[in-house]
Design a protein around this ligand. Sequence first.
Ligand code: RFL
Ligand code: PHB
Length: 389
Amino acid sequence: MRTQVAIIGAGPSGLILGALLHKAGIDNVILEQRSGDYVLSRIRAGVLEQVCVDLLDEAGVGERMHKEGLPHDGFDMVFAGERRRIDLFGLTGKRVMVYGQTEVTRDLMDHRATIGRPTVYEAENVRIHDFDGDKPWVTYTHAGREERLDCDFIAGCDGFHGVCRASVPARAITHHEKVYPFGWLGLLADVPPVHHELIYGHTERGFMLASMRSHTRVRYYIQCGLHEKVEDWSDEAFYDEFRRRLPAEDAARLITGPSIEKSIAPLRSFVGEPLRFGRLFLAGDAGHIVPPTGAKGLNLAASDVALLARGLVEHYAERSSAGLDDYSRRALARIWKAERFSWWFTQLMHLFPETGSFGLKMQMAELDYLFSSESAQRVVAENYVGLPI
Ligand code: RFL
Ligand code: PHB
């Protein structure tokens, strides 16, 4: 088989890239190691920046998102038992869209089926070859058969544990990493949200986040230890702990119901530099990870592939390599700013083993300052709604 762009990974970055390339008339094949159902079963992001919403529109997959997604004009932060609001719209003129990654992925998968571009699910043992030269190729096993895919370029959209970044010689890439000493325990349930906007909470028991997927489905998180096991958390134990981290009036209003899903996610900041190696380009989680506190992971994946698609369109339509040559630099400029914001928000809102009474006072002073200064709030709002690409 031959194609112009071989895309490894059918998560949001691979699927959005595939849709943007298709729109520009560029042939592409996606190879995904899991089944479509498995990809859809991963419960992840919930908040889309305007830039991401615009991109999904441009890719032609925005229709259901506009019907079912919830535009949010602000979010709340809790500290010292009080709830305060960041007025995103008032401070920036922009809002975010609450629409789950599962739904974004489903829309992209449906769109891909409609346009008839191939995605090979359950492609095992994917290996990438000769991306240093002019004729890269990919091998994989599908339904017991060895297959070969020749291409002009390889897009590594295969997430943090994928094969693409791992195939780059160690001397060609620098890794910058921070691993956090806690995780997030998340619960999904079909009950009405405790509040109509998201609540990010700092408490002496640890961080909490009340998010949602719709008016009838919640996604709640609590900070937990890295060695905790999800099996040890009954729904009741989760809600008890979550309730303790809410301000009293919200706790009294909390409606609980059986979980549909519960999982623990570790938190990490990571960037691999550069993002281009000859004819291989890394995008999304394959190149970088942010802790989920700033809701930036999926949004960064979208802005990476927007830049990459632009570079590929320039290459094929205008015979110019400028966009591809500049991809790594431009993508990283935005990535590092989102890394900074996610790291800052994580440090501010979580309890670390070393936080101590001084650290706690620093967090409280910073939160107190934030809500006494409109300029400080605008900095938060500007970063949360997303910086321009
Ligand atoms: P993905 O989604 O990991 O997809 C990569 C795909 O590649 C496949 N793959 C391979 N395929 C072929 N061969 C191989 N060798 C392969 N190895 C892997 C995988 O099966 C998979 O299908 O990466 P992508 O597309 O770059 O998308 C990134 C986003 O998924 C991620 O950044 C976000 O989910 C992060 N994130 C959030 N981002 C936001 O923008 N807003 C949020 O509110 C938000 N909340 C979150 C989050 C991530 C979380 N977790 C669990 C990590 C909340 C959580 C709890
Ligand atoms: C989510 O709804 O899963 C979510 C929302 C905001 C975040 C992280 C996760 O910052």
